[in-house]
Design a protein around this ligand. Structure first.
Ligand SMILES: [Zn+2]
Length: 78
């Protein structure tokens, strides 16, 4: 995969793993070791999807976990 900001290119494992963005998809957040940019990564394809700024959720946050939690009748802070 390749950093979209500084063009650092390396295996996915070389990028620091942060967390899984979605429970129902292979998208994870990783951090570039070169410029520390946060990147959304397709873990299965090993491809960078896009860079992610603080607070952004370009993968469709509201369509995932929150909806399931609401249906279960266990409202949390989010
Ligand atoms: Zn970078």
């Amino acid at each position: 995969m390749k950093c979209t900001r500084c063009d650092y290119t390396a295996a996915v494992a070389s990028f620091r793993y942060l967390y899984n963005a979605r429970i129902d998809d292979s998208v994870a957040l990783r951090q570039c070791p070169g410029c520390e940019e946060w990147l959304a990564v397709d873990e299965l394809a090993g491809e960078t999807l896009q860079s992610v700024g603080p607070g952004e959720a370009p993968w469709g946050k509201s369509a995932g976990i929150e909806g399931l939690a609401g249906e279960a009748g266990q409202p949390e802070d989010e």
